[in-house]
Design a protein around this ligand. Structure first.
Ligand SMILES: Nc1ncnc2c1ncn2[C@@H]1O[C@H](COP(=O)(O)OP(=O)(O)OP(=O)(O)O)[C@@H](O)[C@H]1O
Ligand SMILES: [Mg+2]
Length: 312
C-alpha cells in the first residue's frame, strides 16, 4: 500500500524548473532512496513534501492528506531531518530536544521518556548535557535525526544527513536508519552518495535537472542500462589463442579479450559464469593467478543515463 503518492509535483523558481513534473509512490515500510547530484532538485522536492515550500503545480498525498489542501495534517505525519542543521548552539542536546518536543506538541508527560529513548537510539545519552556548539558535525546530525523522530512520524524524510559527517557517525547513522526501517518506519532518504543508497534503499529514484530519470529496484536499475559484470582473469601461463572462442560459448559471456597472461570479458551474471570458465582454463592447462569481478553499481547507471558523474 502506498504511504505517499507524489503526482506531477513541479516547482518553478523564476523560470527555472527546480522540480519538473515528478511522480512516484513510496510504499508503507519501504526505505526509498533519492539519488542525484548537486542542484538536481532533491531539497526542493522534499521541502514541498514537508510543506515548507508550496508547489507550483501537482500534489502529494500522504496517508490520505494532501500537501496542498491539508498541510497541517501532513506535517503531523512526517518527520524531517533537513540538510541544514536546525539546532541551537548555546543550548545542550537535551535542551534542544526539549524545545523541539514542545514545538511538536509531544505531551509533557511523555517528553522525558521519549527524549531519553531517542538519545539512546542515536548513541548520545552520555553527552546530552553538553552544548550543541561543542558537538562534532556527526553528533549534531544524530541529534537532528532524534528531532525528526520526536513526532512519531509515519514517514521520516532525511535530506543528505551524512554530509560533513565523520565516517564513524556516518555508519552509526546508516545502521540506526536501517534498524528503524526494519522496525517498520518508512524512509525517504536523499543522497549523492550511491554507496549509502545501495546500503539502505532497495528501491531508488535517480534525479537530475528536476526530473526523475530512472526509478526501480537497484537490480532493475542495473539491468536498465544492461550493465554486466566485468571479469578480469590474470594467468601465470600463456593464454592459448583458441580459448577465446571456447570462453565466448559459456552462457552469459560476451566480449572476450585475451592477452598473453590476461583474459577480460563481460558476463551477465559474472559469478555464475566463473566456475565454467575456470574449469575450461584448467582443462587447457592454463594456470590462473588472480580473478577480479567488478559488479555494475548505481554510479555507473547514473553515468550511463546522464553522462555525468554523481559527484563532481
Ligand atoms: N529558493 C530558491 N530560489 C531560487 N532557486 C532555487 C532556490 N532553491 C533552489 N533553487 C535552485 O533549484 C535547483 C535545485 O536545487 P536543490 O537545492 O533542490 O538541489 P539539491 O538536489 O538539493 O542539491 P544539493 O545536492 O546540492 O543539496 C538549483 O538549480 C537551485 O539553484
Ligand atoms: Mg539539497
Amino acid at each position: 500500500m502506498a504511504l505517499i503518492e507524489i503526482k506531477g509535483l513541479t516547482k518553478l523558481f523564476g523560470n527555472r524548473k527546480a522540480v519538473d513534473n515528478v511522480s512516484f509512490e513510496i510504499q508503507k515500510g519501504e526505505a526509498f532512496g533519492l539519488l542525484g547530484p548537486n542542484g538536481a532538485g532533491k531539497t526542493t522536492l522534499v521541502s514541498m513534501l514537508v510543506c515548507l515550500l508550496r508547489p507550483t503545480s501537482g500534489d502529494a498525498v500522504l496517508d490520505g492528506s494532501s500537501i496542498v489542501h491539508d498541510p497541517m495534517m501532513v506535517k503531523r505525519k512526517i518527520g524531517f531531518v533537513p540538510q541544514e542543521i536546525s539546532l541551537y548552539g548555546p543550548l545542550t542536546a537535551l535542551e534542544n530536544l526539549q524545545f523541539w518536543a514542545k514545538m511538536y506538541d509531544v505531551p509533557p508527560r511523555e517528553r522525558t521518556r521519549k527524549i531519553e529513548a531517542l538519545l539512546e537510539l542515536v548513541g548520545l545519552s552520555d553527552r546530552k548535557k553538553e552544548r550543541i556548539d561543542r558537538y562534532s558535525g556527526g553528533m549534531k546530525r544524530r541529534i537532528n535525526i532524534a528531532v525528526g523522530l520526536l513526532p512519531d512520524p509515519k514517514l521520516l524524510i532525511l535530506d543528505e544527513p551524512t554530509v560533513g559527517v565523520d565516517p564513524q557517525s556516518r555508519s552509526a547513522i546508516l545502521y540506526t536508519l536501517r534498524h528503524l526501517n526494519q522496525q517498520g518506519l518508512t524512509l525517504l532518504y536523499t543522497s549523492h552518495y550511491m554507496e549509502e543508497v545501495e546500503f539502505l534503499c532497495p528501491r531508488v529514484g535517480i534525479m537530475d535537472s528536476g526530473k526523475i530519470i530512472a526509478l526501480g529496484t537497484q537490480e532493475e536499475l542495473r539491468l536498465l542500462v544492461g550493465e554486466r559484470d566485468s571479469l578480469r582473469i590474470f594467468t601465470q601461463t600463456l593464454v592459448p589463442e583458441k580459448i577465446k572462442d571456447e570462453i565466448s560459448n559459456v552462457e552469459g559471456v560476451s566480449e572476450v579479450r585475451t592477452g598473453e597472461n590476461f583474459i577480460g570479458l563481460l558476463a551477465t551474471r559474472g559469478r555464475r559464469a566463473l566456475p565454467s570458465i575456470l574449469e575450461l582454463l584448467n582443462e587447457r592447462g592454463v594456470k590462473v593467478k588472480s580473478v577480479e569481478i567488478k559488479e555494475p553499481n548505481l554510479e555507473n547507471v547514473f553515468l550511463h543515463l546522464t553522462g555525468k558523474e554523481l559527484r563532481e
